[in-house]
Design a protein around this ligand. Structure first.
Ligand SMILES: CC(C)(COP(=O)(O)OP(=O)(O)OC[C@H]1O[C@@H](n2cnc3c(N)ncnc32)[C@H](O)[C@@H]1OP(=O)(O)O)[C@@H](O)C(=O)NCCC(=O)NCCS
Length: 175
């Protein structure tokens, strides 16, 4: 995790930014361990509450078991609306891990009772927009100047899936 998060696009699109859009330095091994500890306590809370705010899944290659990325549930609201994020290590991008992970995580969230699942994607992040579209998310609009990166405002796109209209529900869709 520490190694992967040093990648410039993960720094830009997944890390917490300050008010001028500068990311914190990439996590050290100790920082990464602290993040994993937080995931662990969110999983423990989930066992009682059944709401998965803060839980994360490792994304691994199904054949080799190698870790290629991570997806985590940022929030599950009182109104049963879930939001999540994801990243794939730079060397593992392209063959479809993210799209597959988004489909599996969305299916799991609907099984838990989510009424809506959404993604917020910086408009310039075309690879992530491609993931959202391929995973069956519907583009709902753009919040202009909603984000900031290195002192420059940027637009943020919203994508959502609703359980009854989402076309990827069945067990057989593969990417
Ligand atoms: C966005 C991201 C998760 C996509 O991961 P991925 O596993 O490569 O995605 P997929 O393989 O499922 O495919 C997504 C699409 O982007 C393309 N793509 C992804 N990374 C690419 C790269 N580095 N170069 C060229 N094309 C790339 C894929 O070919 C595919 O495009 P297609 O629809 O034309 O076939 C990954 O690039 C990433 O981690 N980026 C940095 C962090 C980030 O943006 N997180 C998301 C925040 S909203």
């Amino acid at each position: 995790m520490a190694e992967a998060c040093a990648d410039p696009s993960i720094q830009r699109y997944n890390r917490v930014l300050d008010r001028l859009g500068h990311p914190a330095p990439p996590p050290s091994i100790t920082d990464a361990e602290a993040v994993i500890d937080e995931f662990t306590s969110s999983w423990r809370a989930f066992a009682t509450t059944r709401t998965p705010s803060g839980v994360a899944f490792a994304i691994t290659d199904a054949r080799s078991g190698d870790l290629v990325g991570c997806c985590d549930v940022d929030d599950w609201s009182q109104a049963d609306v879930a939001q999540f994020g994801y990243w794939i290590a730079a060397g593992a991008r392209g063959p479809g891990y993210a799209t597959r992970a988004v489909i599996l995580l969305t299916r799991w969230l609907f099984e838990l009772g989510a009424a809506r699942v959404f993604l917020k994607i910086v408009a310039e992040n075309e690879h992530s927009v491609a993931v959202a579209r391929r995973a069956g998310f519907v583009y709902e609009g753009t919040m202009r100047a909603h984000g900031v990166w290195q002192g420059r405002r940027c637009d943020v796109m919203w994508f959502a899936a609703l359980p009854l209209e989402w076309t990827m529900r069945g067990p057989d869709e593969q990417t």
